[in-house]
Design a protein around this ligand. Structure first.
Ligand code: ATP
Ligand code: MG
Length: 564
């Protein structure tokens, strides 16, 4: 593992086009050498891996320049927002290892100031109350190729506008009846500048301001002014806001406030993955998954439950870099990041996921040995653990074949195999149940093979095992990708992303047997189950449940090696 995974402050070690802009600003003294960024989630869902990229970037810039990154909830759509989402967002950012220093901020903290700014725009003759219906508004807006038309309400006097805006605030209008619009240019080639709505009427309770307001500011008006009020220097956002930048600049220039620089970067897209809060919410609401933290979800809370570590996510975000052109990242790269971390840091243990019974016919019935087995093959400091050995064992179904295929490296009838950290055994007899399934293997062990090669024959491989009497039962959940289509989000004619849900994304094995040292490990603790993959104890279940984080096989490492 690279050292960087451990340090916790590896984010943004490498420069990018944004650090070049900041370096230049610092040279010219543009913001007096200050760097202040913000991460502005809307609390309308749980954060996902795409947000992690934005978090690592914004908080990483602040760290790199000894500045500060604010957490600001962009809460202008109270109907879709909730305190549950606010709390989950705070938890996820902290868990990722970032600190917003002061209390989190809310755009709703600024509702008074935003209202005053709107009044100021009216007084400048730069905003008006408009009574067009939504349909009329659409018609007047024009298209990409045709200019829009001026609203018949556009030339109201300042006095009339002030009076009507006050009436809006005082609840004299129903939802959607009137709006406040900025007066910019209905013929602008940029549709965002065609007199955008800046305030609308919504008679709804707000999770922060209660019933104080029945008018709420729109995103484009709120965001730039919140940045200005917080003295943000660099307002970093995703590319879809590029066309909104002229409006961001217009509002701040017209009102003469502080003027942060908006900078756009390409959002993270991952194949086989959905990263849209709306779609993730649909998966939860329609019960395709267990909840926002289902280990198959691309949410940060889902990844946490799956066994991802904060360092692995930060390291992934560092590696994918920050650019200005959209691309799709292979989800294998994310899996590579967690595998690399767990390979270095997770202790090894033995777990038999689909047990079959093995009786060692020449091992005394009442005998029991305690074997001492290394916790980590590459790290002596991880120490050793005690693993009991006895006459009746379990091995995995998949590790026995009566008639072995070529190059079989496991157990077969009359074949010999080493039990990891223990003896070599040979299978003498297979016992079947009434349905013809293997019920038991009768084997003998070679007592001279503990830590030694057998004399005169060679075992075909090494397999894992547990002692039947000592093993602890557990449920093991094998997760696979939630979608079996590379671009579940793309346009697929009549199909939606829900049509690509992988029916085999979860396999529950309820009869697993674990070595006893796994019986009382802490929730969230990760292990490599030898020969099976990386697993972590579920964070939410009281019973002993382990989630498979990732398999051992790393297809990404191969792709990377080929590319070099
Ligand atoms: P979604 O599309 O999932 O609803 P959003 O952009 O509406 O996401 P916000 O809460 O507004 O969600 O996002 C907060 C910040 O995270 C924004 O600055 C946004 O640009 C950024 N962000 C969201 N998705 C991604 C992504 N896939 N990659 C990088 N940054 C993202
Ligand atoms: Mg958004």
């Amino acid at each position: 593992m690279s050292e960087t995974l451990k340090t916790g402050s590896e984010s943004l070690k490498t420069g990018n086009f944004i650090t070049q802009i900041i370096d230049k600003d610092n040279e010219s003294g543009k913001h007096a050498g200050r760097v202040m960024t913000r991460f502005p989630p809307e609390p309308n869902g749980y954060l996902h891996i795409g947000h992690a990229k934005s978090i690592c970037l914004n908080f990483g810039l602040a760290q790199r320049y000894q500045g500060q990154c604010n957490l600001r909830f962009d809460d202008t759509n109270p109907e879709k927002e909730s305190v549950e989402y606010i709390n989950s967002i705070k938890e996820d950012i902290s868990w990722l290892g970032f600190d917003w220093h002061e209390e989190p901020k809310f755009a709703s903290d600024y509702f008074d100031q935003l209202y005053d700014f709107a009044v100021q725009l009216i007084k400048l003759g730069k905003a008006y109350v408009c009574e067009l219906t939504p349909d009329e508004m659409r018609e007047y807006r024009g298209t990409l190729t045709e200019p829009g038309k001026n609203s018949p309400y556009r030339d109201r006097t300042v006095e009339e506008n002030l009076q009507l805006f006050t009436a809006m605030k005082e609840g004299k209008y129903k939802d959607g009846e009137v709006v406040l619009r900025a007066k910019i240019d209905m013929a602008s080639p940029n549709i965002n500048l065609r007199d955008p709505i800046i305030y609308r009427v919504r008679h709804v309770h707000h999770h922060q301001t209660g019933n104080t307001w029945c008018v709420y500011p729109m995103y484009d008006f709120t965001h730039c002014l919140s940045d200005a009020l917080e003295n943000i220097t660099h307002s970093v956002c995703t590319l879809e806001f590029q066309d909104h930048r002229p409006l961001y600049d217009w509002v701040l220039d017209t009102l003469g406030t502080a003027h942060p620089q908006q900078i756009e970067f390409a959002r993270l897209n991952l194949n086989y993955t959905v990263t849209s809060k709306r779609k993730l919410k649909q998966l939860v609401d329609d019960k395709y998954v267990e909840g926002w933290d289902d280990p198959r979800m691309s949410t940060i809370s889902g990844m946490r439950r799956r066994g991802y570590t904060p360092a692995s996510i930060r390291n992934f975000c560092e590696r994918i870099g920050v650019t200005k052109s959209d691309s799709v990242v292979d989800v294998g790269m994310l899996e590579h990041a967690i595998r690399e971390d767990l390979d270095a840091n997770a202790n090894r243990a033995m777990a038999v996921l689909r047990p079959i019974k093995v009786t060692l016919t020449n091992y005394p019935e009442d005998k029991e040995e305690i074997l001492s087995i290394a916790n980590h093959p590459k790290n002596e400091a991880a120490g050793k653990r005690e693993v009991p050995f006895a006459r009746t064992l379990y091995i995995d179904e998949a590790d026995f074949a009566e008639v072995p295929p070529k190059k079989w490296k496991r157990l077969s009838l009359n074949g010999a195999v080493r039990l990891r950290g223990s003896y070599v055994i040979t299978c003498d007899e297979v016992i079947y149940d009434a349905e013809g399934k293997v019920a038991e293997l009768r084997c003998h062990y070679d007592e001279n093979t503990l830590g030694k090669n057998p004399e005169g024959y060679k075992p075909s491989g090494v397999i894992h095992w547990v002692s039947a009497e000592h093993a602890v039962p557990a449920e093991v959940r094998l997760y696979d990708r939630l979608f079996n289509e590379e671009a579940p989000d793309a346009n697929h004619e009549s199909k939606t992303f829900l049509d690509f849900i992988n029916p085999e994304s979860l396999t529950v094995l309820s009869n697993a047997r674990l070595e006893p040292s796994l019986g009382n490990v802490a929730k969230g603790q990760s292990f490599q189950f030898e020969r099976e993959g990386y697993f972590c104890r579920d964070l939410t279940k009281e019973d002993l449940v382990f989630n498979r984080t990732v398999t051992l096989r790393d297809s990404w490492a191969k792709i990377e090696a080929k590319g070099k």
